[in-house]
Design a protein around this ligand. Structure first.
Ligand code: DI6
Ligand code: FE
Length: 414
């Protein structure tokens, strides 16, 4: 039974992405959302809505989806790597660029030099771009500070972004992104610094929800990743990893063995790794932006992941070096074009499966009773339209915890 303060959102085409609906995208016709404060309390047939209920919103047959969830970004950083990209396109080698101080450590320098306010201003613009495409939850990693002070600085900026925006932020500690200059050649000692100081101190300050590692020939070894995961496990901290991006070190099996939240990139994932994932709740996160920007050739094993029913998510991996795209819609489009996902798989990848990657599968990513009232309203009829045509932004309205954020003045809409 309704309360006078309940809000009824009616006449929408609901793409619920819900496990409770059998139709593609969980589409359900002639139903309304009943919102009480920050939550959806029911998805109810239109003909059961009392006509005289005081608070009703007419969605005028627009498409409604869960708010999009970008479950993998490096959104907080200083500087940019545009010139480095131009050098690469002019034939300068990676090695030469990194010998000239380019690569991740160029962004580390710029991030260490940037004040918290500068980082906040820069990151706010990037977050705004995601929100304007209907994103309501964003994961944000550290990993450009690479010492206690600057890793904390990054995570506090992420925290401030959550305070000053109608958005849900999931912060991740990625101190194990690369070895900082002062630890060059001493990666093991740097891993010890993370395990003994950075991890426990920032965990005590509740500045992150999970721990991430770049497990790669140019990153940290499987043994170093395991040492980090063991330290996280001792503190009860969930883990995830950048795994099998350029080679297969067995990283996904390690994440699965710790029942980790997600394994990300996974272009070089093999059947053994997939079998391990199939026995854990770990989500396989596809990052087509990096694949595209690095002109990689090895696609992730999407068909086999589907065969083993491993949930796949799609994320922007927004970062200045390998995926400088603040657009989750572009990532969805690339996941279909480059990796062969169907539009429905791409949509599940930024809603239900992305929520699971952030340990929010019971509260986010579906239009169903008990879920947060985070949803996006589109000037469109079918979910595929949102992925198919980029450039024009069909977002009509973004609703976060039941509150509409400013409507985009769709001046051209008839
Ligand atoms: O180049 C950068 O700034 C980050 C690269 C990015 N980080 C990672 O672990 N894999 C990547 O592609
Ligand atoms: Fe990444």
């Amino acid at each position: 039974n309704l309360l006078a303060s309940d809000v009824i959102w009616r006449n929408g085409r609901l793409a619920t992405m819900s496990t409770q609906q059998k139709a593609p995208y969980g589409i359900i016709e002639r139903h309304a959302l009943i919102v009480r404060d920050k939550h959806i309390i029911a998805v109810t047939p239109e003909d059961q809505i009392p006509a005289q209920h005081p608070l009703q919103v007419d969605l005028q047959h627009r498409l409604v989806t869960p708010g999009l969830i970008d479950c993998h970004t490096h959104l907080v950083f200083g500087g940019d790597r545009a010139y480095e990209w131009e050098q690469r396109l002019n034939g300068v080698s990676y090695t030469e660029i990194s010998q000239n101080g380019g690569g991740i450590n160029a962004t580390v320098r710029a991030t260490r030099e940037a004040s918290p306010d500068t980082l906040l201003t820069l990151s706010q613009q990037r977050l705004r771009a995601l929100m304007d495409e209907g994103v309501t939850t964003v994961e944000i990693k550290s990993g450009y500070g690479l010492d206690l002070i600057n890793e904390e600085k990054q995570l506090r900026v992420a925290q401030q972004l959550a305070r000053q925006n109608a958005v849900d932020i999931s912060p991740t500690l990625l101190s194990a992104h690369t070895t900082p200059p002062e630890y060059r050649g001493r990666a093991d000692a740097y891993i010890d610094l993370i395990c003994e100081e950075i991890l426990p101190q920032l965990w005590d300050k509740k500045l992150f929800e999970s721990v991430d590692v770049f497990c790669e020939s140019v990153g940290f070894s499987l043994a170093q990743s395991e040492k980090l995961f063991a330290a996280a496990h001792r503190l009860g901290i969930p883990v995830r990893g950048h795994m099998e991006q350029l080679s297969n070190l067995g990283g996904s099996q390690l994440v699965a063995s710790y029942r980790g939240l997600s394994t990300d990139h996974i272009e070089h994932l093999d059947e053994t790794g997939i079998q391990a994932l199939a026995h854990s709740q770990t989500v396989a996160v596809l990052l087509p932006g990096a694949f595209y920007f690095l002109r990689e050739t090895q696609r992730p094993p999407v068909e086999m992941l589907l065969q083993y029913h491993v949930p796949m998510a799609v994320a922007s991996d927004f970062n200045p070096g390998t995926s400088p795209f603040a657009s989750l819609r572009l990532a969805m489009n690339m996941a279909c074009v480059q990796f062969g996902l169907t539009p429905e798989e791409a949509w599940l990848g930024v809603t239900r499966h992305a929520a699971q990657a952030l340990n929010r599968q019971h509260s986010h990513g579906q239009l169903a009773a008990g879920f947060q009232a985070n949803f996006s309203v589109w000037d469109a009829e079918k979910p595929v339209e949102i992925i198919y045509e980029l450039g024009r932004n069909p977002l009509y309205q973004r609703v976060y915890q039941g509150h509409p954020t400013a409507k985009k003045p769709n001046e051209d809409a008839q």
